[in-house]
Design a protein around this ligand. Structure first.
Ligand code: BEZ
Ligand code: FE
Length: 297
């Protein structure tokens, strides 16, 4: 019987043969993990081309987009990480590696605005350093999954100001709304900060174009970043998200229900936890206890 050139098999078999040849070209990769990741990547990339019947013009368009993404990246801006963020790949990598078992606090994305060695602030101090926003008292306790309080844990916190900017986006290079603290002998921490508000991720580059072309918002759900470490536990990167209306969308898919915290609002004249006189019509307070995965000994 003459083969019918219009059958699926006749059309796809050269495609499948090509894929098989490409996969086989990795057979002698000495690093087995590298071979696994690359061949899986190739299989999925070929599937995209075949399932969408991608045109050559579309592939050129994609390559031009990736080229612009590279060109938009420098020491201060990493557009590829932003791309990974808005495609949910950063968060999927967090989820795959986060076995928050035994009651450990869940992890979420680090984001591009972390700065190592932020200024040390005493417990109860103000991390805002003049950044604009509503004052917010944040406190909590750090324990291990074994139930022990973690004294001397390193608590790094950072957030956007009320205008939606991190200090690293300021033109004058000053440090604000970020700090490093140490828990007391009972694992407690406390500090003044700013009530987190929704803000857009940088959207003036190719990733912003992608969001616009797909009708997506650049907004992040309001959050305060934490990175917490202790020699006896696994370091955790997470956020405290503000309960309320701002949680409907998160452009980088970092929101996890377990991380939503009540930031209770109080009027200026309500007594503050440390007696501070607040220079603002309102202030908020939040409690965020964190459980780190204890080192297995
Ligand atoms: C952030 O939360 O700071 C962030 C995370 C991902 C992309 C951009 C910003
Ligand atoms: Fe953030």
């Amino acid at each position: 019987m003459t083969p019918n050139p219009d059958t699926d098999e006749a059309r796809t078999s050269p495609e499948q043969r090509l894929l098989d040849t490409v996969l086989a070209s990795f057979d002698r990769t000495p690093d087995e993990r590298l071979r696994t990741v690359l061949t899986t990547l190739v299989r999925h990339l070929h599937a995209v081309v075949r399932e969408t019947r991608l045109t050559e013009a579309e592939w050129q368009h994609a390559i031009a987009f990736l080229t612009r993404t590279g060109q938009a990246s420098d020491d201060r801006r990493q557009e590829f990480i932003l791309l990974s963020d808005v495609l949910g790949v950063s968060m999927q990598t967090v989820v795959v590696n986060d076995d928050a078992t035994g009651g450990a606090t869940e992890a979420t994305v680090l984001g591009p605005f972390f700065v190592a060695d932020a200024p040390a602030v005493q417990l109860g101090g103000d991390i805002a350093a003049g950044a604009p926003g509503e004052p917010c008292w944040v406190e909590g306790r750090i324990t291990g999954t074994d139930g022990r309080p973690l004294a001397g844990a390193r608590v790094e916190v950072w957030e956007a100001d009320d205008d939606g900017f991190y200090d690293v986006q300021y033109a004058d290079g000053r440090t604000a709304a970020r700090a490093r603290l140490e828990t007391d002998t009972d694992g407690h921490y406390r500090f003044w900060a700013l009530t987190p508000t929704p803000y857009p991720i940088p959207a003036d580059g190719p990733v912003g174009d992608l969001l616009a072309a797909t009708g997506r918002t650049p907004m992040r759900a309001p959050h305060l970043h934490f990175r917490v470490g202790h020699p006896e536990a696994r370091t955790l990167t997470t956020h405290a998200f503000v309960a309320g209306d701002g949680l409907a969308v998160d452009s980088v898919f970092g929101l996890r229900d377990s991380l939503v915290v009540d930031f209770a609002r109080a009027p200026r004249d309500a007594p503050t936890p440390d007696g501070r006189i607040v220079d603002s019509p309102t202030w908020t307070r939040a409690r965020f206890d964190i459980v780190l995965t204890s080192n297995v000994t």
